[in-house]
Write a protein that binds this ligand. Sequence first.
Ligand code: URA
Length: 237
Amino acid sequence: MEKTSAQSFSGFVLDPLREFFEYQKEQGRVFLPTTSKSILNRRIREEVEPPFGSYDTLPELERDIARCQRCRLFQKRRNTVPGQGPSPCRLMLIGEGPGGEEDEQGHPFVGPAGQLLTRMLLAIELKREEVYVTNVVKCRPPENRVPREDEIEACRVFLDAEIELVTPKLLLTLGNCSTQSLLRSQGRISELRGQIREAYGRPLIAMYHPAYLLRNPGAKREAWEDLKKVKKEYDRL
Ligand code: URA
């Protein structure tokens, strides 16, 4: 049956427009005509829901993470996974993103990679409770895929806030994703690891991700060298 012009108009113009505005709304962008009424509405909205990005405490930051829909990862998460640890804290570890266990429990590095991480820390006489552990994205990427550039950028506001509140003296990135993101480099972890670099005005050391070490135990020797460097810096700072 041939479509009427009203059906075509709805299918080709109204539906895509509706989808566009719904997507923008999900992203927290609202389009309003700039009449004085809409300016007033915007002010009211900002007072009720302050913009993402300025926090005085970690619980305030965690509340914002929990309501975040700044990228597509919110759609499939069971829990958001903010960082965990004392604040202030001298050492901040930064991984890639939550996996299945982390998504289930709402805490970072609690699965098999997290258990290895705890043992690695103990090897340099650091207890897990003494360090702050977080990820570049706070929601699990589906099928544990690597977070995409736009997801990392959307979540960056939370990592920035964690670093500002926790004031670590030393950053330790785990694996390609967080290392490349913080150093804004395309280099591989095998090239970037083990040297003292800089991000957020602080020393940064990169090392292999514990999940990689579980799959490639042969790389543990290099990881041990990197851990010793971390410990030396940690004691010095
Ligand atoms: N891998 C990560 O990068 N982060 C976690 O929290 C768990 C596994």
